[in-house]
Structure formats: structure tokens, C-alpha cells
Design a binder for this molecule. Structure first.
Ligand code: BES
Ligand code: MN
Ligand code: ZN
Length: 496
């Protein structure tokens, strides 16, 4: 898709469709007023007839307004003017983009009223236009055999009004790249686990690195993982016919010697729970348990696409968690790559077992920061629901960076406490610690476990169990937290 900025003369713009915002109060914005004037009051008459109430999420497509070069005008509801915010603007554009995607409209000019610049400056305006357009046009790479609905035809989007065109254009190009990265994550996460196996993830990483000169990849197979003494990761993998893979991606956008940001992704391509088998309802959703891994792949793709002046390493621990005659059993003790021993009381707490060995691997890069991304606990979903990811860490400034990036990117996370008391729950009589600490505070005890392997590192953990995918009728990957990670990296590269 191609993005640009429109400056003036909406009525004479050579696009297929103008997108205008309408408040519930029926009042026309500056942009809508100019269109109304050019069409001799056609919009005002339509509103006076009560044909469009301006409710948030509602849209109305009108054809052939007189005096307007564009053949269509799409009205999108902004809700009440009193509570107008960045959120209502986003909702209005998202609804409009979704409506456009179901038509044969090929080009449009976005002319929806904007909240003031403190809420949405020109850069983030451009970025949101492109990101939300990308999200609305996303189609699941499904395996349905029937006739496919026609693909969206939207190819060109002009955004305005803007004060600083250069900032808006930078936002548009970043937003387009973020949307493409989110698509990478979504496509991988939506695949069924019989296709998206650890080896498949490794092949995907290789393919991405082949296409981007600045990306390098190394894949450790089972024997190499054994040489790294990743006993916890191997314990999870041992019950599956699918061999594990440990994927190392490296993007270098700086000269030698700059310590990297290391991103670590949980890549459980299917989480049955293992011998501690999960309940059947919703078990299919555990194909999304590699969303963190997909987000890491997406982030590295993005860094190379935007040529960020940053050194980024992506580590992906890819395994399948299955029961079977060779599977790890409750009570088994594994030795992690760090040398610490773990009593595996619950084989369904597998994410932390693969992450602990991946986090330990991060040490060799002497990183500036380590951020792991994982669909780690159901407890995090209970605590925060589906709007915020959980964030915890051992370095307050790093946690703050992620919190702030999430706010700017509209992909928020919320901090949970990570204080010493929680470590008591992980006491074991037989090993250095257990892999579970009971039901209460489960998101925190999981992070506490990871904290045992990140001492001396600047580390933060994102629990995306509630945000990475949707369930029910709109089941599918959301592409989160790719916008958050993108903002974190862009800010570190001072490229925002
Ligand atoms: N992958 C799950 C966490 C999860 C749950 C993600 C729901 C998305 C939605 C993880 O491996 C897991 O099974 N965690 C257990 C931990 C427990 C055994 C301590 C959980 O949350 O129940
Ligand atoms: Mn599990
Ligand atoms: Zn899991």
C-alpha cells in the first residue's frame, strides 16, 4: 500500500473516496464543511434527515455527491464531541478502513477530525493511519477450500490535515512497516500447529534472513541444543515427535561494539500441557503459544526494514509440549544451562522452562537490555484481561520504557510487582526451585522464576497471554505486542 499526505482542496482530490468524521451532535468538522459547501449542502441535508447518527463505529458510504471529484464519500462516526479523544479517532478510522476493505475502492483521502496534537501529533497520526489501515486489510491465511471473498482493493491512502508533512510522512512509513511486521506475526501465529512446528519456525527465520541482507540467522538443532546444556528446554521437547529448534537472529544497524537489545520469544508451537494435560475446551488455542516467537521474528524483520541504527538479537526457543512415553513427568528434575536445577512439578508450566535457557543464552551478547515476550500464564489473563499485557522486570527504567512505548503505540502493558516475597512460592525440597508456585499470583511467580536466570542482566518480561490473540467468533492473532516493541526499538534508535 502507498501512503501520502493531502494538503488542501478535498473537493477536487483525485481519489475514489473521501473519509469524513461526523459527531453525534451532527456538527460538521472543518473538512466536512468544505465538502458540504462544494456539494451545495448535500451532507447537511443528509444529516438533517437523520440518515447518519455519528455513533462510534458506524459508517455510511454515499455515492456521487455533486461538486465532488471523488466518486464516494464515507462517513464515519466519532461519537460525542464532548468525549472526543485519540481513542474515538482510532475507532472511527478503524471502522472506516474496515468498511473500505469490503468495497472496490482503490484510493482514499482520510479527512477525519483529529484530536489535539497533545493526544495525537503528526507523527503518530501518520503512523496510526497506516497501522490501522494495515490491520483492517489483514485477511487470515486460511485453508478454506470454497470461493474466497474478493481481496480488498485499497492501494493508496492520503492522510490529513497535517501541520508538519515531514513528520506525518515519517509516521506513515513507520506505520506501514509496523503493520507489515504485525502481519508477519499474525500469519505465523494463525497457522495450525501441524504446519507451524519448531522446524517450520526455523525455516521461516532462515527465509527472512535470506531476503534481508542485514539479518543473520543461526539455528541450533537438537544436538547443538544439547551441547549448550539447555536441559530445561530439552525436558519440554522430549515428549514430542517434533525436534526442538533454537533460533538466533541478529540485526546489526550500528558499527561493531554496540551492545545489543536481546529479544527472547516463547515459541511453543503447541502447548497440550504435556503429562499435566490441559482441559479440552480451548486447547486448540494453544497453537498461539508461539506468539512471542512470532513477535520476535516480526521485530527483527521490522528493524532491518527500517534500517534502525540499533543492534538487535532475537532468540527463539521453539518446542512442542506433548504427553507421551518419553515425556517429562511431574517431579522430574532438569538442569538448566545456567547449572541451576529445577523440579518440574507441572509440565504445563513449560514456557518458563524454555525461556530460562534462552535467557541464559542471552548473556553471551553482553546485552544493553533483554526483553522476553511470552504467552506465559493464564493468571495474567485473569489479572489484566485482554487490554493490557503484563510487564515485570528487574530494571525499573527498562520497565518504564516498555510502559511508555505501549502508551505511545496504543499497545499498552501494565506493571505487576516483582518483589522478593514471591520467591518463597518456588521452594522445592529436591531441586534449587520448582517450576510452579501455586495458583495465586501466577503471573508473578512465573516472572519470579525467570528472574532466577537474569541476575546481572537488565531484563523485562512481557506476558502477552491475554493480548496476543482473540478467542470466540473473531478468533485469531492480534499482532500484539508488535506495535509496542516497534515503538521501544524506534525510541532506542531515536528514529521516532
Ligand atoms: N501457554 C500457557 C499460558 C496461557 C494460558 C496462554 C491461557 C494463553 C492463554 C502456559 O504454558 C501455561 O500453561 N501456564 C499455566 C501455568 C500453571 C501450570 C502454573 C497456566 O497458566 O495455567
Ligand atoms: Mn503450558
Ligand atoms: Zn504454554
Amino acid at each position: 500500500m502507498e501512503f501520502g499526505v493531502w494538503t488542501k482542496g478535498l473537493a477536487t482530490l483525485g481519489v475514489d473516496c473521501l473519509v469524513l468524521g461526523i459527531f453525534e451532535e451532527g456538527e460538521l468538522s472543518g473538512e466536512a464543511r468544505s465538502v458540504d459547501a462544494a456539494s451545495s449542502g448535500a451532507l447537511k441535508r443528509l444529516l438533517a434527515r437523520g440518515d447518519f447518527a455519528g455513533r462510534a463505529g458506524d459508517t455510511l458510504l454515499i455515492g456521487d455527491l455533486p461538486g465532488i471529484k471523488a466518486t464516494r464519500v464515507l462517513l464515519t462516526g466519532l461519537g460525542s464531541k464532548k468525549s472526543f479523544s485519540r481513542r474515538s479517532w482510532r475507532k472511527a478510522w478503524a471502522a472506516a478502513a474496515a468498511a473500505l476493505s469490503r468495497t472496490r475502492i482503490g484510493s482514499c483521502a482520510v479527512a477525519i477530525d483529529r484530536p489535539d496534537a497533545r493526544q495525537l501529533d503528526d507523527y503518530y497520526f501518520g503512523r496510526s493511519v497506516a497501522e490501522l489501515a494495515g490491520a483492517a486489510l489483514y485477511r487470515i491465511n486460511d485453508l478454506k477450500t470454497g470461493k474466497k471473498p474478493p481481496l480488498p482493493e485499497l492501494k493508496r491512502v492520503l492522510a490529513g490535515p497535517v501541520r508538519r508533512a515531514a513528520a506525518a510522512e515519517r509516521g506513515l512509513s513507520h506505520g506501514a512497516a509496523i503493520a507489515a511486521a504485525a502481519d508477519v506475526q499474525r500469519d505465523l501465529a494463525n497457522l495450525p500447529a501441524n504446519i507451524c512446528t519448531p522446524s517450520f519456525l526455523a525455516a521461516q527465520a532462515r527465509e527472512r534472513a535470506r531476503r534481508a541482507a542485514s539479518l543473520r540467522v543461526r539455528v541450533l538443532d537438537e544436538a547443538a541444543i544439547r551441547r549448550e546444556k539447555m536441559g530445561c528446554l530439552l525436558a519440554v521437547a522430549q515428549g514430542s515427535r517434533q525436534p526442538p529448534r533454537f533460533i538466533v537472529l541478529e540485526y546489526r544497524g550500528t558499527g561493531a561494539g554496540q551492545p545489543p537489545v536481546v529479544l527472547v520469544g516463547k515459541g511453543v508451537t503447541f502447548d497440550s500441557g504435556g503429562i499435566s494435560l490441559k482441559d479440552p475446551p480451548g486447547m486448540d488455542e494453544m497453537k498461539f503459544d508461539m506468539s512471542g516467537a512470532a513477535a520476535v521474528l516480526a521485530a527483527l524483520t521490522l528493524a532491518s526494514q527500517l534500517k534502525l541504527r540499533l543492534h538487535v538479537v532475537g532468540l527463539i526457543a521453539a518446542v512442542e509440549n506433548m504427553p507421551g512415553g518419553k515425556a517429562v513427568k511431574p517431579g522430574d528434575i532438569a538442569t538448566s544451562a545456567s547449572g541451576q536445577t529445577v523440579e518440574i512439578l507441572n509440565t504445563d508450566a513449560e514456557g518458563r522452562l524454555i525461556l530460562c535457557d534462552a535467557l541464559n543464552y542471552a548473556r553471551r551478547f553482553e546485552p544493553a537490555a533483554v526483553v522476553d515476550i511470552a504467552t506465559l500464564t493464564g493468571a495474567c489473563v485473569v489479572a489484566l484481561g485482554h487490554h493490557h499485557s503484563g510487564v515485570m522486570g528487574n530494571d525499573e527504567p527498562l520497565v518504564r520504557e516498555l510502559l511508555d512505548a505501549g502508551v505511545r503505540a496504543d499497545d499498552r502493558c501494565w506493571q505487576l510487582p516483582l518483589t522478593e516475597e514471591y520467591a518463597e512460592a518456588l521452594k522445592s525440597n529436591f531441586a534449587d526451585f520448582a517450576n510452579v508456585g501455586g495458583r495465586d499470583g501466577g503471573a508473578i511467580t512465573a516472572a519470579t522464576f525467570l528472574g532466577k536466570f537474569t541476575q546481572g542482566l537488565k531484563w523485562a518480561h512481557l506476558d502477552i497471554a491475554g493480548t496476543a490473540y482473540l478467542t470466540g467468533a473473531s478468533k485469531g492473532s492480534t499482532g500484539r505486542p508488535t506495535p509496542l516493541i516497534a515503538d521501544f526499538l524506534l525510541t532506542r534508535a531515536a528514529a521516532r
